[in-house]
Design a protein around this ligand. Structure first.
Ligand code: MIC
Ligand code: SF4
Length: 640
């Protein structure tokens, strides 16, 4: 029987376990990436593990999230990361160089390699034919220390692409279409593999847009074959030698299939407040737009921004619209400066900001109250823009640009405007934003620790009985942005959990942190897909700091479930989802004889207040049981 591309790469990297869906496997990790908002924790944890030499072929520390530097905190974090990077032989990418995923494609990604990154959009690398997985910071630190990563072998969905996109329809519309079909939890426990003759018509960066936003499906990762378009992209980056052709076998067998006819696709948008709330722009109608933001790791490539420049050339941004553009990398901005496209954008009335995540993570450019903001980003969770009552729509760069001119949401196909061809771009090699560790020397290098960098909280061994008070009952699809909000006010504190913890769940329940402090031992109740979104382990570490012992939910998002276990917090799944209805804030819960129960597939949680018992399904792997027993991954590693 033929093999899928994903399983071919996993097989080549298999270190332990049986490669079959649902089985626990350990794979060799070739590359890691970190970004600064999760990176400070990664490197604190790497230091805590007292590692002599990192085991990966290549590890890179990017600075792209916290680049606002409104106080000393961000800059101190950057300095800390730079000093640890030098100590461990990690490449350091300075702030201003661009967004980690775009930069990794340009500079280091290689077909057939494995990559894990402390950012949920690491699957961007799947556009290059890599197995690229987003993980919690601690998993990335361990991957650096041991060169391996353990995961549940996913199923593989085949998304077969036929035909060719029409003008004004773009890669963003492809992934929005997949999200409409599969939903924000449709990819949990799965790899999404793209095949079919339609793949050939998608450029490398188109593919990366699709694999990037596969994170919003909850998928483990997404992957495209490596072919002539891959070669062309790598050659343009001066890395033709890194190319190898890769594809699934013709008779590969997939667990699920979805077919998309690219010829039939029309411009789409994800409406507030979820990436899977998708409809066609024609159906949504000509809503008035206040802000248009173009950029983010999903849509900030050279081709994306050149399309925008071509649409804006000689035009004027609508008087009621603020158009802001954050390019993906310094190479892109520099090439657009050289070929004049940057001038076309600026002359149209766009605001150009730093090559960084910027508005995508609420670092500035919050829209006005009640605004409609069109964004080429990947997440439109309520409040993520920094304005709680803003309506954010996720759209393609083409739709964003033409809507910025018209002042209302516009279907480019309907507009009748002709899109001119875009040239290939000539990228000058430029390493000036990169710091290569010269002969790393663990003993001789000081680590720079600013006063805002505090030790991360550690859990203690699993007690016999766990008693906890319910401190929050959340609904379905609670995001990590809900659990641990991020914006220009809070991002500077990513290395200061005691401070950050005060803002845990702030946006949906302002009394949460205080309630936890009073309760001491706490439990959270959640609906389906608890913890979707970001990989930030702060969404586990802040609750740990506040005394959360377990989360009882209908289902969990993959990365957050791992982050909870890594912190020694139990993620428990209701066997009977309707039990969720009967639980209230203040209920006293108890898990008796926890160590014995954790070893079984079913754990009983007794609601002492309501005098009922709930059965929960857990299915922890042996490794997970060890972490839970020891009170988290670091303890498990240090105590063996
Ligand atoms: C995000 O898009 O939410 C982030 C910010 O990139 C996160 C990481 C973080 O929370 O720092 C992610 O996606 O993992
Ligand atoms: Fe940065 Fe936004 Fe991409 Fe996260 S989703 S890595 S914040 S650009």
């Amino acid at each position: 029987m033929g093999k899928t591309l994903a399983y071919k790469i996993l097989e080549q990297h298999l270190v332990e376990g049986h490669l079959s869906p649902g089985e626990e496997i350990t794979i060799k990790i070739d590359q890691t990436l970190t970004q600064d908002s999760t990176g400070t924790m990664v490197y604190l944890q790497l230091e805590a593990m007292e590692v002599d030499k990192i085991k990966t072929e290549l590890s890179v520390a990017y600075i792209d999230h916290n680049t606002l530097q409104t106080g000393f905190e961000n800059a101190d974090d950057h300095e800390f990361i730079k000093s640890v990077a030098r100590r461990h032989g990690v490449i350091f990418s300075k702030p201003g160089n661009g967004i980690c995923h775009q930069l990794h494609l340009e500079n280091y990604g290689k077909p057939g390699k494995t990559l894990i990154g402390s950012d949920s959009h690491t699957p961007t690398g799947g556009g290059l034919g890599m197995i690229a997985i987003g993980a919690g910071g601690l998993d990335v630190a361990v991957a650096m220390a041991k060169g391996t990563y353990s995961l549940t072998a996913p199923k593989v969905i085949n998304v077969r692409l036929n035909g060719k996109l029409r003008p004004w329809v773009s890669a963003k519309d492809v992934i929005l279409c997949v999200l409409r079909e599969l939903s924000v939890k449709g990819g949990v426990g799965k790899i999404v593999e793209y095949t079919g003759e339609g793949v050939k018509s998608l450029s490398l960066t188109d593919r990366a847009t699709i694999t990037n936003m596969g994170a919003e499906l909850g998928a483990t990762t997404s992957i495209f074959p490596s072919d002539e378009n891959t070669r062309e992209y790598l050659e343009a980056q001066g890395r033709g030698g890194d190319y190898i052709p890769l594809a699934a076998d013709d008779d590969a067998k997939y667990d699920e299939e979805l077919a998309i006819d690219l010829n039939e696709l029309v411009p789409l948008a994800a409406m507030p407040h979820s990436p899977d709330n998708v409809d066609s722009i024609m159906n949504i109608g000509r809503i008035k737009v206040d802000q248009v933001a173009i950029g983010s790791c999903t849509n900030s490539s050279y081709t994306d921004l050149m399309k925008v420049a071509v649409i804006l050339k000689g035009k004027k941004v609508h008087p009621d619209v603020s158009l802001v553009i954050s390019p993906g990398s310094s190479k892109i901005t520099s090439e657009m400066a050289r070929n004049g496209a940057l001038a076309d954008i600026i002359n149209a009335g766009a605001r150009i900001i730093e090559n960084a995540c910027g508005p995508c993570i609420g670092m500035g450019q919050s829209p006005r109250s009640g605004a409609v903001s069109l964004r080429t980003f990947n997440r439109n969770f309520k409040g993520r823009s920094g304005t709680n009552d803003a309506d954010v729509y996720l759209v393609s760069p083409e739709t964003a640009a033409i809507s910025a001119i018209n002042g209302y949401l516009t279907d480019g196909m309907e507009s009748g405007e002709v899109l001119s061809e875009i040239g290939k771009g000539r990228f000058e090699p430029n390493d000036n934003f990169l710091v290569y560790p010269e002969g790393c020397n663990k003993d001789n290098t000081d680590v720079s620790m600013g006063p805002n960098i505090k030790p991360f909280p550690r859990n203690s061994a699993l007690p016999k009985d766990i008693e906890a008070k319910v401190v929050l009952c959340g609904g379905d699809n609670i995001t990590t942005d809900d659990i641990m909000p991020s914006d220009s006010r809070l991002l500077p504190y990513r290395s200061n959990i005691p401070h950050l913890a005060n803002y845990c769940f702030e946006k949906i329940d302002a009394g949460f942190a205080e309630r936890c402090k009073r309760a001491k031992n706490c439990a959270i109740i959640g609906g389906d897909n608890y913890g979707q979104g970001s990989s930030r382990e702060h969404a586990a570490l802040a609750p740990l700091y506040l005394g959360v012992k377990f989360v009882l939910a209908k289902s969990f998002a993959r990365i957050h479930r791992s982050n909870l276990i890594n912190s020694g917090i139990l993620p428990l799944v209701f066997e009977n989802p309707s039990d969720y209805e009967g639980i209230e804030i203040g209920d006293e819960l108890i898990i008796e004889n926890a160590p014995a129960q954790v070893k079984k597939d079913v754990i009983e949680v007794v609601n002492v207040t309501k005098n009922v018992a709930y059965r929960t399904m857990s299915k922890f792997s042996e490794l997970e049981i060890l972490m839970i027993f020891k009170g988290g991954k670091i303890n498990a590693i240090k105590e063996g």
